[in-house]
Design a protein around this ligand. Sequence first.
Ligand SMILES: [Zn+2]
Length: 255
Amino acid sequence: MENIKKYIEFEPSQKCSVTDCNKKANYEVYLYDYYREFNEEFFEQDYTCPFICEEHMHLNEKNASGNRRPRGYVSYPFTNKHGAQGYTRYQPVKEIYSELLNNGLLVPNASLRIDFSDINSQLIQQLSRNPELMYKLDPRKFEELVAELFNRKGYEVTLTPQTRDGGKDIYAIKKDAIAPTLFVVETKRYSKTNKVGVEIVRGLYGVKSAERANVGVIVTTSSFTKDAIDFASPLNYELSLRDFDNLKEWLSEYK
Ligand SMILES: [Zn+2]
């Protein structure tokens, strides 16, 4: 399977990823899982909290709950915010980066590659041929799909940790010669009959304003209520509502 790579900026002076923490990162955070059936170990960088300081690491461990083994799920205050199966492991940053540097895999200020998506060309092709399959994706997967579609259109994309209320999902930055533009994107993988209402559109508009983003975008497998459309239409430089037909059109480029 071909994985689409995602990137996060790495700098040697990397800060702890915990909100409002200004300490230097001491550890890189991994999600660790073990599949007994396949006797296979699974590691991935925790994109919901890629770096953590010493102090937060201890707090994170102290307040963790759940079973690590056999194959379990552990809930943490700071890491594994996407609620994935497995538990958090830490690796001192010095070790990783000196190793990467020594192997010529990393130059200071280079981007660190992380994989967090298995949205691949094959899946996108399948969806472009049969867009109805989008209704079968779980909401997080749908979010990754939308992130990937933005990515393919030349945006720099960051997925945010999953939140209960679905808040903002994706940041997408478009850089061009004149000015960079920041988009906050919220995805709603709703059934066809469940239209996105005005309260969600209003909510995103609030987030967009608070985050000083340029444009708020809602992408849904469904469509929008009349109230939602009426709210957004005078704000058409600040809000963009994309429905099933728009998605179909985006996907059709990858047939
Ligand atoms: Zn910290």
